[in-house]
Design a protein around this ligand. Structure first.
Ligand code: COA
Length: 148
């Protein structure tokens, strides 16, 4: 994994995570300044997904991240690579103490990614989201940097 030339804060970042590969680049986008996203791009220029990490509470140094990848590129470890990078940006660049992510309980691929990235399942949040008129539970995962 290579660090983004333009991180969500505009600062350069370097990943602490050992690079699993040099397959991907992460390009900053600024269309939603409150939730800056990075485009995941393969070395050949193919756009394969979008990821974001943002601050929920600056006072409490809490943040959250999310990701989506094109189905053609699922199952190759890209989301896990992204989750590790987003945690690194959250802790090292944004200075967060606690970073969370949520996913639907049936989304095994997503909660596997969060667990492979070293996050801890904290809860199943009941009726957390209203999706097309139906209440849906979410799993809550977190990671803490005790030094931040
Ligand atoms: C969830 C998502 C991000 C995963 O991306 P990915 O690049 O395939 O993830 P990775 O390859 O890094 O890892 C996926 C893991 O889940 C596992 N997995 C995927 N589907 C699974 C299933 N139905 N049952 C069991 N394990 C499954 C894979 O085997 C892999 O684990 P492994 O390395 O231990 O074998 C991708 O499917 C996606 O973008 N989905 C649509 C949007 C979405 O759900 N976003 C997250 C919202 S919370």
């Amino acid at each position: 994994m290579r660090s983004s030339p333009s991180s969500p804060t505009g600062a350069r970042t370097r990943s602490r995570t050992p690079a699993p590969s040099s397959r991907t680049c992460w390009h900053g986008r600024t269309s939603r300044p409150a939730r800056p996203a990075l485009a995941a791009v393969l070395a050949d220029g193919t756009l394969i997904g979008s990821v974001a990490v943002w601050v929920d509470s600056a006072a409490h140094r809490r943040g959250e991240f999310g990701y989506v990848f094109h189905p053609r590129h699922w199952g190759r470890g890209y989301a896990t690579e992204a989750a590790e990078m987003l945690l690194d940006i959250g802790f090292r660049t944004l200075g967060l103490h606690r970073v969370t992510a949520t996913c639907h309980p049936d989304n095994v691929g997503s909660w596997r990614v969060l667990e492979k990235a070293g996050m801890t399942r904290e809860a199943r949040m009941r009726d957390h989201k209203l999706a097309r008129g139906t209440w849906r539970d979410s799993l809550l995962y977190s990671a803490i940097d005790p030094t931040a």
